[in-house]
Write a protein that binds this ligand. Structure first.
Ligand code: AMP
Length: 221
């Protein structure tokens, strides 16, 4: 029997955390919990949380810790997360990392690994400006990499017209990267001290990178 995986994917916006998490979620049969996706769903449904979060997201700022932490605590209590999970985009601040530790401790759980996904700033900007998403099924494409859709501008899976995320414009991207450097990058040291950190350089084919992350996550087991 394989051991439970409670993983966290760290890395700047645009390194491909969601892209790599997808196949690994399927392989291990555990959910990927993306705070960006959860927040966007709240914005779309115009919930109270969504209304509060929207203005921060549109300008590339972080949504306040208490709002995001409560949302994650609720999500981690759902049944499908009991056997493990991949966290994508959370924690993004030291306060969130400490809150996560508390939330998991209360459930007699702890993280089993932290995967730090690393690429250069040039690659990140190229990936983010080229990213296109399907508003219907959520599939991701990229016009600057080999992840282009078969028919330009349309989703392969459901044929809906692809869109660009409102925060994937150059000005907001720069702001998001600056916030990453200031607030999220310190988590690399924080998790290095716990002995859980593994760093992956995300260059190459998606399958290869997924394989490297898999080996890093299964290390020691
Ligand atoms: P992402 O899809 O991970 O790039 O997140 C998109 C936006 O959602 C970010 O730029 C933030 O505004 C917000 N967001 C996502 N996760 C968090 C988090 N852990 N803490 C604060 N804000 C977040």
């Amino acid at each position: 029997m394989s051991e439970q995986k409670r993983l966290l994917f760290l890395g700047a916006p645009g390194v491909g955390k969601g892209t790599y998490a997808g196949p690994l979620s399927q392989l291990w049969n555990i959910p990927t919990i993306s705070t960006g996706d959860l927040l966007r769903a709240n914005v779309k449904k115009e919930t109270e949380l969504g209304k509060k979060a929207r203005e921060y997201m549109d300008r590339g700022a972080l949504v306040p810790d208490d709002l995001v932490t409560q949302m994650v605590a609720d999500r981690l209590r759902e049944a499908d997360a009991a056997e493990g999970f991949i966290l994508d985009g959370f924690p993004r601040t030291l306060a969130q990392a400490e809150a996560l530790h508390e939330i998991l401790s209360r459930q007699d759980q702890a993280l089993t690994g932290v995967i730090n996904i690393d690429v250069t700033r040039d690659v990140i900007i190229k990936r983010l400006t080229g990213r296109r998403v399907c508003p219907q099924c959520g599939a991701n494409y990229n016009v600057n990499t080999n992840l282009t859709p078969k028919k330009e501008g349309y989703c392969d899976a459901c044929a809906a017209a692809l869109m660009q995320r409102s925060d994937d414009n150059e000005e907001t991207i720069k702001k998001r990267l600056q916030i990453y450097e200031e607030q999220t990058a310190p988590l690399i040291d924080f998790y290095r001290r716990t002995g859980l950190l593994r760093t992956i350089t995300a260059l190459g084919e998606i399958d290869e990178i997924v394989g490297m992350i898999r080996s890093a996550a299964e290390w020691k087991q």
